[in-house]
Write a protein of this length. Structure first.
Length: 155
């Protein structure tokens, strides 16, 4: 390893930590806006379909924030380009697993209301994302050389 690779500025530029911090700030702003809009919709008895669409966006933003926070922390500790690549893959893996957790909670919460067509469509959408994520997790684990066992949802 070259001495210059051990310097933090090299890695900050290499992995885009500054850009990731900017993305994190924007994601936090979007999450706050989604939360305000969601409260407004719920307080004003808006159609359930609008509320559910916004809940899905809110979950996506929450996942993005979790991924970016951990990614930035881990990348600052990287000591090689190979380590950066591994960290990137692990961040994606953790994000997929966290999204499965959050969507599973949504399904559990809304299952009692599944008689409503909008709610059933939302549950189906969540289930489809979970299925897609599970497939992506297995592919990513193979790519990262992680043993392919049952997905560990306990991060």
């Amino acid at each position: 390893m070259h001495e210059e690779e051990l310097k933090q500025p090299f890695f900050a530029a290499q992995c885009g930590i500054v850009k990731q911090k900017e993305d994190l700030d924007k994601a936090r702003e979007r999450l706050e806006a989604y939360e305000k809009e969601l409260r407004y919709l719920e307080e004003n008895n808006s159609p359930i379909s609008e509320i559910l669409d916004l809940r899905l966006k809110k979950i996506g933003e929450y996942i993005m924030i979790c991924e970016l926070e951990q990614y930035i922390i881990d990348m600052k500790q990287a000591t090689s380009v190979d380590m950066q690549k591994q960290i990137y893959g692990l961040a994606i893996l953790q994000g997929l697993e966290l999204e499965i957790q959050e969507l599973s909670k949504e399904i559990d919460f809304y299952t009692p209301l599944k008689e409503q067509p909008e709610v059933q469509a939302y549950i189906n959408k969540c289930a489809n994302i979970i299925k897609k994520n599970k497939n992506n997790i297995e592919a990513l684990k193979t790519q990262l050389g992680i043993p392919s066992e049952e997905t560990n949802l306990a991060l």
